[in-house]
Design a protein around this ligand. Sequence first.
Ligand code: NAD
Ligand code: IPM
Ligand code: MN
Length: 380
Amino acid sequence: MVSYDIPVIAGDGIGPEVIREGKKVLDAVSEAMGFELNWIDMPYGADHYLATGELLSEDSLRALSAYRAIYMGAVGDPRCPPGLLERGILLAIRFYFDEYINLRPVKLYEGVPTPLKDKGPKDVNFEVVRENTEDAYVGLGARVPRGRSRIEHELRRELYKVKFGLDIDSDHDEIAYQLMVISRAGAERVIRYAFERCKRLGRSKVTSVDKANVLTEAYGLWRDAFERVRADYPDIEAEYAYVDAITMWFVKNPEWFQVVVAPNMFGDIITDLGAMIQGGLGVAAGANINPSGTSMFEPIHGSAPKYKGLGRANPIATILAGGMMLEFLGEARAAEAVEEAVRAVLKEGRVRTPDLGGSSSTSQVGDAIASKAKEVAASL
Ligand code: NAD
Ligand code: IPM
Ligand code: MN
C-alpha cells in the first residue's frame, strides 16, 4: 500500500482541535481510497517552548526536510511575546524550506453566508498567490535607541535634520527601521507560478498587487518582474491593482478576479479580507509550497486563543488545507473527495460551527465531513 509519512505540528490555541478533525477526515479518505497516512506528531508550540526553550531548532528543521509535506494547525500564545512563536516556528518553516508560494484560494461555497450584498459562489471564486519569503518579512531591521554610539547618534541627528527638519535631541530620540526586500529572481518565480496556475485552472487573467506608486524601489522591481514574466503568456490577460484599491474591489467586484499575485505583506493582508468574503477565517485554507521541496499546509487563521478548548472553532479551513496537501502529494482523487465532502456538508447546512451561524461543535463538523468523504470516495 502507498504510504505517506506526514509530520504534524498542531501548535497552540485552537490548533490541536482543528488538526484533530483534519486528520480524521484525511484518514477516512485515505482508508476508502487505499493509501495510508502515517502521522508523526511534533510537539512544537508554546508548551514545548516554555518547557524546553526550543522553538524549532536547526536540527529539528533538518529532520523535517526528510518529508514532502507538513500539516500544521497554528501557533501563537498569550504567554509568549508577540511574534516569538510565529517567527520561530511558522516563518522558520516557510523560510528554511524556501516555500516561496503561499497559495490561498478564496472560494465561497454554496450555503455559506458572505457579508457581501448580492454576491454568491459564482462571484467569489479566485486564488491568491502570495510571495512567501521576501518583502518586509526578511527580518532586516533594527530599533536604535538614542546614543548607542556617538557616531551613530550624530548620523541619525543629521538624517532627521535633513529629512524632517527635526532635532532628535529634543524628543525624537529613538528610531526603528524595517527593510522590504524584493529580488528579481524571487519575484519572477512566484509570478511565473501564478501564470502557470492560471493556465492549469483554465482561467484567463492574472492581477498583480503592489504599491509601486509610493514604494517605487521595491515594488518597482516587482512590476518589472511581472512585465518580464507576462510576456511569456500572451494568452493570459495581465493587469495591475494597487493594494489599497484591491481591498475595495474585493468587496465591490470580487467576480473580476481569477488569480491574484501579491508580494508577501500585501498578500497577508488581502487574504484575511479574502477569507471574510468567503465566509470567514474558519473556512480559508492555504498551502506553503516549494514545488521541489518540503511544503506545509495550514489554515490561514491563527491560534484564536479566546476559543481554545471550547470546541467551537471551525475545522473546515484545516480540512481544506489537508485536501490541498493530498493534491500536492499526488492523490488528486482523494483531494477531490475532501473538497466535495466539505462542499456537501456546507450546502446541507445542518452541521456547522457558530462562526457560520450553527451550533455544532468542532468535532461534530469533523465527523460529518469524514463520513461524507467516505461516501464520496467510494463513488469516485
Ligand atoms: P486569529 O486568526 O487567530 O483569530 C482572529 C479571529 O478569527 C478569532 O478571534 C476568531 O473570532 C476568528 N477565527 C479564527 N479562526 C477561526 C476558526 N477556525 N473558527 C472560528 N473562528 C475563527 O488571529 P489573531 O487573533 O490575530 O491571532 C491569534 C494568534 O495567532 C496570534 O498569536 C497570531 O500571531 C497567531 N497567528 C498564527 C498564524 C499561524 O500560525 N499560521 C496565523 C495568524 C495568526
Ligand atoms: C499568516 C499569518 C502569519 C503571516 C504570521 C502569524 C507570521 O498572519 O499566515 O497569514 O504574517 O504570514
Ligand atoms: Mn495573516
